[in-house]
Write a new protein. Structure first.
Length: 103
């Protein structure tokens, strides 16, 4: 009798685990889709807000603010490569984001 109850509980636990794994597998593509949309969203460096600028790879809040401050004091960027003139942003970072940046 005890053996049957223990076996039934064990089977129920395994089935529960299996259902959770199946749910996680079906949710993963949705999460990946949201990430890929964010990664492919273009950002206009001449008009983007700080919240939009942080969508770029390697750009956090402080670099986003630096971009806006540079843009405010020097005017609009003439080319994407001009973004490297902002303190804290180098040519490698610009190159990494070239497919995402627009003017």
């Amino acid at each position: 009798m005890k053996h049957t109850i223990i076996t039934a509980l064990f089977v129920a636990a395994l089935l529960s685990l299996n259902i959770n794994i199946a749910e996680a597998a079906t949710k993963s593509p949705q999460v990946a889709g949201v990430q890929s949309q964010t990664e492919h969203q273009s950002v206009n460096i001449n008009s983007a807000s700080a919240q939009e600028l942080v969508l770029l790879n390697g750009i956090g809040e402080s670099k986003a603010k630096a971009i806006i401050e540079y843009r405010t004091s020097h005017g609009q960027f003439g080319s994407i490569d001009d973004l490297a003139k902002v303190k804290g942003i180098g040519a490698k970072l610009v190159e990494k984001n070239k497919g995402l940046i627009t003017l």
